[in-house]
Design a protein around this ligand. Sequence first.
Ligand SMILES: O=C(O)CCC(=O)C(=O)O
Length: 248
Amino acid sequence: VVRGAFAPERVVELERAFDVVYPPRIYQARPAAAIAVSAGDVWQILGRCRGDAVLAGALADAALAGRACALLDARRVKLLQDTLLLKPPRTGGPVDWHQDYTYTGYLEPPRAVSLRLALSECSRDTGCLEVLDGSHRWGFRAAPRIFRDERVRDVLGELPPELAARVDSSVRPVELAPGDLSIHHCLTLHRSLPNASERPRKTLIAHVFDGDCTVARERLPHPEAAAHFALDAAGHLDEASFPTLFRA
Ligand SMILES: O=C(O)CCC(=O)C(=O)O
């Protein structure tokens, strides 16, 4: 966790851009009937930051992509996907225990991280992240589910007994104030809690990877999927779809 990675004025500006995408009126005063049908929801819009100067600027900032580049000890980091995640007040649902590599395991080697910038309070109350401390060293523990699931599946049941026995004592909440950044490795086991509060949880997420990663095409579920992973002459993911965010 990086406390105060972004200054308060910058967070205000980013929250304003976030609110253009999810106008508060669409979730603040939801009628009871709407809540009943959508309880447990996590709202996510993918790829929205790329076309927005303010949001795209945050992704490429030294405080965000630069941190990832240093942590991965990479020559450059590239953007796999950006997400604007909203857990609406009272109804924001949980995300089950998973490793991101379950869904991004076509990257070889597993040198990728998720960067999560809090634009509002992210506490146990509002549905914060929980990680299993040190689990990025437990290996890849799930069956790959690349492009196969509509929602994240719980994988704790797939752990061998010696690791399952360590789960309870390894859980750590990742509580963030607006402007704080959390970073987890693609093998870190994590989940997030429901939002039981009266406040929305707003998070800007960037999944980034070492630009020297290659794509293991045999792990893609069908040949058409390969069309989304064009490679450059050096065998790395192309700039048009996977732009470089930061160079060391
Ligand atoms: O922020 C959340 O609630 C879940 C995020 C997550 O699972 C991820 O970034 O990989």
